[in-house]
Design a protein around this ligand. Structure first.
Ligand SMILES: CSC[C@H]1O[C@@H](n2cnc3c(O)ncnc32)[C@H](O)[C@@H]1O
Ligand SMILES: [Zn+2]
Length: 443
């Protein structure tokens, strides 16, 4: 560009701070972010933007920090309709005696449509612009996410037993393969394979789904080493740790996202680091179900990519990734017995670029860089409880929660403006949610 060239762009955002995530630890002051179409055109000092760009629309966010949209790398979106339904229980009691019976009774395409929309509303309001889902009727979740315009990774479930969505593994894999073909090349929706856990999927279906993942080049996401009981039970029944069994089957690769990993011995650490598999840390679900503590600092020091997820709203009980980051940072320090473990900047990277890497989407999302998708969020730090401000990254992780979000864009399209959702009819959604609550309450 020569000194007098003026480039026209769609949107200019003037922000007090920008934390682009890449390069790591950077905080830009008084910069402008320019959006053309669905991508970031440039990020530069505001005085330079005045000279070189003319925008159709300019937004002045003088008390705000801009960040890449957050990436919630694990959840069960429609379980938002079961928020607070079964609290204060350990994982297997929670699943066997409460969640699975409720799912058998209520899960349907309508339940998924309404529950997923409720989860998306909450995620958008609190800064998430891309989420991963593992739940029933994934075709409905994918359509709902696409209709709203949020980015997603929709993992279709694979289990040994029948559910409302299918007869068993062969049926899940057949429907899943069709789903992959249907959504191939979609800008926002990606399909993944979601074997539920080592204790619910046997070797045959695991081999089949690895073949499907290789053929179609799609990611695999699995709950793994969620509790000490899971590992001890597998050792007692087969003499093998679940991680070892999955590695021997060929499941641990750079396409694999291992959710939870609260139990990590030296062999597990080596398997994860050498395979290039990713970890999705879900600290609040792990705390609430008393599942255990993921050793985030140890994993990161071994070179394992650690992303973050909320898990479902029935075990969290919210989908606010900023709150999750605060918990993650506190917990990492306690587990490592090191106050320097998981700094604020490292935590923000976990919810952005690390999530993008886990999903194989780091070329397009996860940081604010020229040429990347314009998935951008703005957090308003003007409230008294955020004053004074020495380092905005500190407040994002340790002080504010996601409700301070004022704006978000996904691929340049506004999703939240002045704290209001632009593409979800909230009153209509609330009516649907109260209908489900009434039915679930009646049992
Ligand atoms: C195969 S669809 C997903 C399946 O997983 C159940 N679920 C929700 N949270 C957890 C968790 O923390 N560990 C294991 N399984 C979980 C959900 O209820 C669905 O049945
Ligand atoms: Zn889960």
């Amino acid at each position: 560009m020569t000194a007098d060239t003026i480039t026209a762009v769609d949107t200019r955002i003037n922000a007090r701070w920008i934390i682009p995530i890449v390069p790591s630890g950077t905080v830009l002051n008084e910069h402008a972010l320019l959006i053309q179409g669905d991508r970031i055109e440039a990020i530069l000092p505001q005085a330079e933007a005045d000279q070189h760009y003319r925008a159709r629309e300019t937004l002045n966010l003088n008390d705000h920090v801009l960040l890449p949209g957050l990436i919630n790398a694990h959840g069960h979106a429609a379980m938002s309709l079961m928020r607070g339904m079964a609290d204060d229980l350990p994982l297997m009691t929670w699943l066997n005696d409460h969640i699975w019976p409720a799912e058998a009774k209520f899960v349907s395409p309508e339940f998924i449509a309404d529950g997923t929309r409720l989860a998306i509303a909450e995620m958008l309001r609190t800064g998430t612009t891309c989420f991963s889902d593992m739940y029933f009727f994934p075709e409905v979740a994918a359509q709902t996410a696409s209709d709203v315009g949020i980015r997603s990774q929709i993992c279709f479930p694979v289990l040994d037993f029948p559910t409302a969505w299918g007869d068993g593994p062969d049926d899940y894999l057949r429907q899943g393969a069709d789903l992959i073909d249907q959504w191939q090349n979609h800008s926002h929706v990606r399909i993944g394979i979601g074997p539920h856990a080592p204790y619910t999927v046997s070797d045959g279906p695991i081999r089949d789904l690895i073949r499907l993942s290789d053929d179609k080049q799609v990611p695999i996401q699995i709950h793994l080493h969620e509790t000490a009981f899971e590992v001890a039970d597998a050792l007692e029944k087969s003499g093998t740790r679940p991680s070892q069994r999955l590695a021997e089957l060929g499941l641990l690769t750079p396409h694999t996202q291992c959710v939870h990993m609260t139990q990590v011995d030296s062999t597990d650490l080596m398997l994860l680091a050498e395979s290039g598999a990713h970890v999705v840390h879900c600290p609040e679900s792990n705390l609430k179900l008393a599942s255990g503590f993921c050793p985030v600092d140890k994993l990161q020091k071994a070179g394992v990519n650690v992303s973050i997820g909320t898990d479902g709203a029935a075990s969290n009980n919210d989908l606010d990734l900023f709150g999750e980051l605060e918990t993650a940072a506190m917990l990492a320090k306690a587990v490592a017995e090191d106050a320097a473990a998981l700094s604020a900047h490292q935590a923000l990277a976990m919810a952005t670029i690390n999530g993008a890497r886990a999903m194989g989407r780091e070329k397009d999302i996860g940081s604010l860089e020229t040429g990347k998708m314009a998935d951008v969020i703005a957090i308003d730090l003007s409230d008294p409880f955020n004053q004074p401000i020495y380092d905005p990254a500190s407040h994002l992780v340790y002080s504010q929660h996601g409700r301070q979000l004022s704006h978000s864009w996904i691929g340049g399209v506004p999703q939240v403006q002045d704290g209001k959702l632009t593409r979800i009819d909230v009153p209509d959604l609330m009516l649907k949610v109260s209908h489900w609550a009434k039915r679930i309450r009646q049992g």
